[in-house]
Design a protein around this ligand. Structure first.
Ligand SMILES: Nc1nc2c(ncn2[C@@H]2O[C@H](COP(=O)(O)OP(=O)(O)OP(=O)(O)O)[C@@H](O)[C@H]2O)c(=O)[nH]1
Length: 369
């Protein structure tokens, strides 16, 4: 059973994934597989302590006797992620790649938890009025219904769905306890401190929301990394170390911190030893730092204010010529994007949102600073 995954060497995600997938067949069942009407009514006796309780003489309750918690909500609201992060020690970043659930997934957490119960992950697209949806069995034996609402998504549809789930399930089983999780609030709140990089990260996200070209920049970064063997790329505003765009793979704070540190090192070196007095950063600014983890940090100037900072493996860097060439294409594309913005701003006489960017289309010539 999947519940046993808690005892696996969770430090190794590959091993864990392999073991999880090999046991998936036993674990994943559709609601059709379950005996109908098994346990409507009050809490079964088995509710209480797991096998860890030395006092408990009775054997652990069978899954049929365990209380059932339903996880419901719209598609992609985060139900499977919640279940995996809470009960299977999956890291939040790994949930980014979860596939949509298309059957009810029953998870028996009795082996890995002090309190014994089952969690049923109900797919977002399930149709309560579909004859194959056995409402009597599913709601009849349910003790708590958690409805997950994605705080980052439109909530009107979610509320309509919540109302439908509550009225339908209450009719069948008035003893159900209803709970609503307003989920993914991390997109709305930022935990910040000036003593680490969190404040820069938070500011980056705020600024990104103000850049209308963000999807284009992200696309360009995606194209660049997929054609150059790069693992992660950030487009930095050099002076503030805010990243104005990154590719669409998840941002790892450590990577971001490394890239920020690289900018600091390059700027400090350039300021101290640079030949020019009019700035530490110019069209020839380039830096390559090899880390002791067979990883390379690669930085190139994109324009007066922006730098591309990438993280890649040492073996991918063997094709540096290709990476340099792709970078030049990327740089030209970025200039075109900001050229268009500059023209629009001039013709509409509209105030420019971020004054630094429109000036950014020139490539200042000059010796390496
Ligand atoms: N930002 C953020 N994303 C989350 C959170 N929880 C889940 N997600 C993301 O939401 C996406 C969808 O998550 P799932 O767990 O597959 O959603 P689901 O509700 O099970 O979706 P269905 O199987 O289609 O019903 C994934 O990319 C998760 O990484 C959260 O707390 N914050």
């Amino acid at each position: 059973m999947m519940a046993e995954c808690g005892e696996l060497p969770v430090e190794d995600p590959v091993v864990r994934k392999l073991l999880e997938s090999s046991s998936k067949e036993e674990f994943v069942q559709s609601y059709d597989d379950d005996a109908p009407g098994a346990y409507a009514g009050s809490f079964p006796k088995g509710f209480g302590y797991g096998p860890d309780d030395a006092e408990a003489e009775a054997p652990a309750a069978s899954p049929e006797d365990q209380p059932r918690i339903l996880l419901m909500g719209l598609r992609r609201s985060g139900k499977s992620s919640i279940q995996k992060v809470v009960f299977h020690k999956v890291s939040p970043n790994e949930t980014l790649f979860l596939e949509s659930t298309n059957k009810i997934v029953k998870d028996d957490v009795s082996n890995s938890s002090f309190v014994q119960f089952q969690v049923w992950d109900v797919p977002g697209q399930v149709d309560f009025f579909d004859p194959t949806f056995d409402s009597e069995t599913i709601f009849g034996g349910c003790h708590a219904l958690i409805f997950v609402i994605d705080a980052q998504d439109d909530y009107i549809e979610a509320l309509a769905r919540l109302q439908m789930a509550v009225t339908r399930s209450y009719k069948i089983n008035p003893n159900i306890k209803f709970e609503v999780f307003i989920h993914k609030v991390d997109g709305l709140f930022h935990l910040t401190s000036i003593y680490d990089h969190s404040i820069f990260e938070a500011f980056s996200k705020v600024v990104q929301k103000l850049i209308p070209q963000l999807p284009t920049l992200e696309n360009l970064l995606n194209i660049l990394i997929s054609n150059s063997g790069i693992e992660k790329a950030f487009l930095f505003d050099v002076m503030s170390k805010i990243y104005i765009a990154t590719d669409s793979s998840p941002v790892d704070m450590q990577c971001y911190e490394l890239c920020c540190d690289m900018i600091d090192v390059v700027m400090d070196m350039s300021c101290i030893y640079g030949a020019r007095d009019d700035g530490a950063f110019d069209g020839n600014s380039t830096a390559i730092i090899k880390l002791n983890t067979s990883t390379i940090l690669y930085m190139r100037e994109v324009n007066r204010h922006l730098a591309l900072v990438c993280i890649l493996r040492e073996d991918s860097f063997e094709k540096q010529g290709l990476i340099d060439y792709n970078f030049l294409c990327f740089k030209r594309a970025i200039q075109q994007v900001f050229d268009i913005k500059k023209k629009h701003a001039a013709s509409a006489k509209a105030p420019v949102l971020l004054p630094a960017f429109p000036q950014a289309n020139g490539i200042p010539d000059g010796p390496n600073s």
